[in-house]
Design a protein around this ligand. Structure first.
Ligand code: S6P
Ligand code: ZN
Length: 206
């Protein structure tokens, strides 16, 4: 057997990236249609800054083997669409029992989690916070601060992402919005449709 080479990558916190990453992608306003509640505010932002980067991911993926891990860094700009803070698309892992660790590097973030049966949790993600995303939890990060949010993540290399689970339920059950004084609060998503028992069973939940 030829063993894989050990590798050091390094987190560039001010640059918000993983040096030595094997891949990178960026999501701009134009890629995020349908995520935000305020459609008029989204159209205005789309008209003005359609190419404005909202978040960028750099990751080191040695392989996609079960047992291997992907390590990466996400950098997210501060901002809002209407009163809703900038966020990632969010997903459940395609192999839904795969868990994940997030580690805060800079900025003021919230990890919004939702179980398949609709329980919501919102956990702080600030520098040196370690957030554990358990198996089966849908997860999304939100920049509730006024500076860039930067965090590291590590998850199993065979996990994959299913973005459709959020689309099929009309978004996550809760939205992270400005509380009117620069902080954040959760607001119920009026478009949310609860998952059916059949959809929950299809996730492979024992
Ligand atoms: C992957 C992990 C992160 C996110 C990234 C972007 O499982 O949770 O790498 O992919 O923060 O978020 P999203 O929701 O666009 O994949
Ligand atoms: Zn994930």
């Amino acid at each position: 057997m030829k063993f894989m080479e050990p590798v050091t990558c390094s987190v560039d916190v001010p640059g918000g990236e993983l040096r030595g990453a094997s891949g990178r992608y960026r999501k701009a306003i134009r890629d995020l249609a349908g995520l935000y509640e305020d459609a008029d505010a989204f159209e205005r932002a789309f008209g003005e800054y359609r190419e404005k980067p909202v978040y960028e991911v750099t990751a080191f993926q040695p392989s996609s083997a079960a047992g291997d891990v992907i390590t990466g860094v996400t950098r997210m700009s501060p901002g809002t669409i209407g009163d809703e803070y900038f966020m990632t698309r969010g997903h459940i892992h395609a192999i839904a029992d795969r868990s994940e660790i997030y580690y805060g590097e800079a900025g003021d973030g919230v990890m919004l989690l939702e179980s398949p049966t609709g329980e919501t949790r919102a956990l702080p993600l600030r520098p040196r916070d370690v957030v554990y995303v358990p198996p089966y939890w849908i997860h999304r990060t939100v920049n509730v601060g006024t500076t860039e949010l930067v965090f590291l993540f590590v998850y199993p290399a065979d996990a994959g992402q299913d973005y459709g689970i959020i689309e099929r339920s009309g978004g996550m059950r809760s939205r992270v919005v400005d509380d009117g004084s620069g902080g954040w609060t959760l607001r119920a998503n009026a478009s949310y449709v609860a998952r059916t028992p059949a959809q929950i069973v299809a996730l492979g939940i024992p």
